[in-house]
Design a protein around this ligand. Sequence first.
Ligand code: C5P
Length: 237
Amino acid sequence: MEKRQELYAGKAKSVYATDDPDLLVLHFRDDTSAFDGERMESLARKGMVNNRFNAFIMETLQGAGIPTHFVKRLSDTESLVKRLEMIPVECVVRNLAAGGLVKRLGVEEGKELVPPTFELFLKNDALHDPMINESLAETFGWATSEQLAEMKALTFKVNEVLKQLFADGGLLLVDYKLEFGLFQGQIVLGDEFSPDGCRLWDAETRNKMDKDRFRQGLGGVIEAYEEVGRRIGIGFD
Ligand code: C5P
């Protein structure tokens, strides 16, 4: 497999073509962004930590029967993935109230959500990723109702697997965002799963151990990501 030209640079990852039209290289950079890219900073080790974190989670999910784009980790900061035709919709599940839900509905942060909630957002920075619903996604052709049903089922299946994985490490999986795409007509989990796209709290102290440390200027961002990784069995050295 040979890495070719850069196809796209997102806020934290760059995507490269390969000599195989079905495969891409994801490069996890040290860049960190918040508030739709309004705040950008480079955090040493972040690319390596998130690449290893994502590889571990994707392999765990794959092992639990969830189709993912992940093929293998290539280096400290690069992974090989299947090329998906991405669906421009973000799927968010919440187990505890935080972030956008607290802001929008005025519920208390940390309130347990039973059953967990499921929300859809349009992936569009210029519009600040507005909340949408299945009707809008169908009407505007972002996804079919069958695709949406499959994405929802897979997003909840991920919850069962990861809630337990993090609980075993003394962590609460508060919420997370997933993105899906199509590979040969099948809905497949794409993008990444790392502390950049989820909220994780220490189960005892409720300390934040995810990207909220960056968003809220709490410091110790990558140290917290590494601590989470260590607790679920990821080695970073
Ligand atoms: O901001 P909000 O509370 O709606 O985010 C819910 C979850 O989705 C959080 O874990 C957040 O990190 C993640 N998210 C994300 N990318 C976005 C929006 C939300 O990773 N564009």
